[in-house]
Design a binder for this molecule. Structure first.
Ligand code: EPU
Length: 430
């Protein structure tokens, strides 16, 4: 059943929300469980459709996967297969991170190539370049990539592309290298906290990895990995989204369990915009309205995250002045701009830069979510707009935000989830 969110704007959000585990850490961690025949227990896993889908793929590969209580997943991959069909991969692009795990464990993999998505083309050339540098034979035929790692002995590779480092490309190469004989040196490695979390699990499993969190990661292959028990890091993108929810409504929101160290560039921009920010061990608080328009450029970590661009753009709509928001990770990731314009937003596109003139009144409207972060941005704008907004295609939101509307409601938002048929006549999708 298609669902929509109905939001009535104008209420200041106040209170504390508990951070969930990070989706983008959990997905590669689930994939990494295939690297051992022993049991891997993951805790603090968010309850999201992407996570459930990843569990389904692991089952397809032959693993036994259990979810004995909320947040805990137990995986045992005693005997697994090396093929992953298009049917599974096309539904979730992040399933590409299975490739490194399969190559590591089985020394061969055959995986359908996921293809692009609405935020832009999603090539995997760097993933394949990395595997080739390891010594794998890589071929692509009929939309399927085949990797033969039986002669792989490690190697050195520069993993930077036109947009800088690659998060899942780095994750794939690290996973493959853990069980490949010899030493692998990855230059221009992604430094995202989610990559560091993956390495933390792999170290617990007995891998030999150094330099994670820096631009150079070195992996020495080991003969086998063992089971482990690991808790997923808090979701920095989800935390940032709730902090914007506080600021955009002129409220006061604390995210308990958030890691301020992972949010450096984002918190810096919030402060620059005039929002009050307080951090401490295990919490981040944002209070008060923004007062200044600020420019920002998205970049790989530790730069401003592309996954918070749409939300920050929404915030800028409520500040007097002009801001330039530039995408350097996904230049076409501005699908939210056109929908925000339906609410009265003044946004002009100039290449990969959105020029936002803030301070114009926004009024609620029926709008369409195009991807995960865009749906969050539309809801944020709706919280501060005048009147009623209907956000359609809520399934995008459910990929990455656990019980979003319920938790916003606990902070004082007027938001409810309804069947699409409840929408005003003429606006509901067929
Ligand atoms: N790129 C290449 N070649 C490659 C791989 C990437 O040119 O072989 C380019 C991409 O086209 C993009 C840039 O490099 O322009 C960065 O892409 P990256 O590979 O880092 O993205 P990803 O690993 O596929 C993860 C997150 C995304 C997040 C990006 C960037 C997961 C599951 N996904 O994707 O999350 O936007 O890193 O930080 O970790 C989201 O959560 O909404 C989301 C899209």
């Amino acid at each position: 059943m298609l669902e929509v969110a109905r939001i009535v704007g104008g209420r200041a959000l106040r209170g504390t929300v508990q951070a969930a585990g990070a989706k983008n850490a959990a997905l590669p961690l689930l994939a990494a469980s295939l690297l051992t025949s022993e049991e891997v227990t993951l805790r603090n896993v968010p309850d999201l459709s992407d996570v459930r889908f990843m569990a389904e793929i692991l089952r397809h590969q032959g693993a036994s996967v259990a979810n004995p209580k909320p947040g805990t997943w137990v995986i045992r991959a005693e005997s697994i297969v090396h093929r992953t069909p298009y049917d599974l991969v096309r539904k979730m692009r992040a399933s590409v991170c299975l490739l490194g795990a399969l190559v590591g464990r089985l020394h061969q993999a055959e995986m359908a190539i996921p293809g692009g998505c609405v935020i832009g083309p999603r090539p995997i050339d760097l993933h394949l370049k990395g595997l080739e540098a390891l010594g794998c034979a890589v071929s692509v035929e009929g939309g399927v990539v085949s990797v033969d790692a039986r002669r792989a002995r490690g190697g050195s590779v520069f993993m930077g592309g036109p947009m800088g480092s690659t998060v899942l490309g780095t994750a794939n190469l690290v996973m493959a290298a853990t069980l490949t004989p010899g030493e692998t040196r990855i230059e221009c490695a992604a430094r995202e906290p989610e990559v560091v979390d993956l390495c933390a699990l792999l170290l617990r499993m007995g891998a030999d990895i150094r330099g994670h969190g820096t631009e150079t990661i070195t992996v020495r292959g080991v003969a086998s990995l063992r089971g482990a028990d690991h808790a997923v890091i808090p979701d920095r993108i989800e935390a940032g989204t709730y902090l914007v929810a506080g600021a955009i409504t002129g409220g006061d929101v604390t995210v308990a369990g958030a890691e301020a160290d992972h949010l450096g560039a984002f918190l810096d921009k919030l402060r620059e915009a005039g929002v009050g920010v307080e951090t401490g061990p295990g919490f981040v608080r944002a209070y008060g309205r923004p007062s200044r328009a600020v420019d920002l450029v998205t970049e790989p970590y530790p730069g401003f995250p592309t996954d918070l661009q749409a939300q920050f753009l929404a915030l800028q709509l409520f500040v007097d002045g002009k801001s330039h928001i530039t995408e350097k990770v996904y230049p076409a990731r501005f699908m939210h701009a056109a929908e925000l314009q339906r609410m009265g937003a003044d946004i002009a596109m100039d290449g990969a830069t959105a020029v936002v003139v803030g301070g114009k009144p926004l009024s609620g409207a029926p709008v369409m979510a195009s991807d995960l972060r865009a749906s969050a941005a539309l809801i944020l704008a709706a919280l501060a707009a005048k009147g009623e907004t209907w956000v359609q295609r809520l399934y995008h939101l459910d990929r990455g935000y656990e019980r979003f509307e319920e938790r916003l409601r606990a902070l004082g938002a007027e938001i409810e989830r309804l069947p699409a048929s409840a929408m005003p006549k003429g606006f509901a999708e067929d």
